[in-house]
Ligand binder design. Structure first.
Ligand code: MF3
Ligand code: CO
Length: 286
């Protein structure tokens, strides 16, 4: 199936707003700032579509939250995600994405991200798991993930999970119009490292909405005031992967997807899709 969107006509009000934003971007560009290309500034119609997709995406995560427990296999999580998503008229974005075989990523303990659900993987008491859900509705994409702690979890693991969440919240708090991508990375990195943890560099957040993965790359390390300018209408994910031990990772050669910590220590990740607004930022799904 080939989905395409008609080129839309903007209302005079929206066109005027956009022109003002583009003017301001020009001024930043003249000062030597890296500004986003036009296509990364979503229109109101596009944002509306992304919001509808995000509503289903958050619904999937809430559904998983209410049912996940020890003894469940990750294949059962995959089935829940698939069934909830399609019954709401949407498509799980991971399914067949670059050959990914399932509808959701499930990454347990030392798995950093991109874990593949399996009938052979059962959740055990003490496990920590990231469930990463991405949805396509009406051609629009949304993306978010949460951690779950299965039964009684060690204090060490709980602290990692909580700190990774705080990293996401601090990253989100750093998002403001006419700020910079580096503000987000700096906020995340500082909090992770202050807690003795490390931040994965090879994977990061990304623009999202019209495609699964768009520009910009959202690094979870960085320096304030550096990197791409943040402009109202940009939609991207923040999804820090925080390791208890070394930041070094590798991809499992057996499936070419699962990313693991090199030292075998646990990793935690939380993800929001966010929208830069004229006054601040908004969580679209999380
Ligand atoms: N959901 C992941 C992200 O946050 C991407 C997963 S790609 C997949 O960007 F193919 F593994 F699903
Ligand atoms: Co993502």
């Amino acid at each position: 199936m080939h989905l395409f969107r008609m080129k839309e006509l903007l209302s005079p009000e929206e066109a005027a707003k956009r022109a003002a934003i583009e003017q301001k971007m020009k001024e930043y560009k003249a000062k030597g700032c890296q500004v986003p290309p036009r296509k990364l500034i979503k229109t109101e119609t596009q944002i509306e579509g992304i919001r509808k997709s995000a509503e289903v995406n958050t619904g999937v995560l809430d559904y998983v939250s209410s049912r996940i427990c020890a003894g469940m296999t990750t294949a059962e999580i995959d089935k829940m995600v698939y069934e909830y998503t399609v019954s709401h008229g949407a498509i799980p974005a991971p399914l067949n994405y670059e050959g990914f075989p399932k509808s959701v990523c499930t990454s347990i303990n030392e798995e950093v991200c991109h874990g593949i659900p399996s009938e052979n993987v059962k959740l055990c008491e003490g496990d920590i798991i990231n469930v990463d859900v991405s949805t396509i509705l009406g051609g629009y994409y949304s993306d978010a993930s949460r951690m779950f702690m299965i039964g009684k979890v060690s204090n060490e693991r709980r602290h990692l999970v909580e700190t990774a969440r705080e990293c996401l919240l601090r990253g989100f708090a750093a998002v403001r119009p006419w700020g910079f991508l580096g503000d987000i990375g700096a906020a995340v990195q500082e909090h992770a490292e202050a807690n003795g943890y490390s931040v994965v560099r090879e994977y990061g957040g990304h623009g999202v909405g019209l495609r699964f993965h768009e520009d910009p790359f959202v690094s979870h390390v960085g320096r304030r005031g550096k990197g791409m300018l943040l402009v109202p209408g940009m939609v991207f994910t923040i999804e820090p992967m925080i390791n208890m031990g070394s930041r070094k990772i590798y991809v499992d050669a057996a499936d070419d997807w699962t990313v693991l910590t090199e030292d075998g220590m646990p990793s935690a990740q939380w993800e929001y899709t966010v929208l830069v607004t004229e006054t601040g930022a908004e969580i679209i799904t999380g």
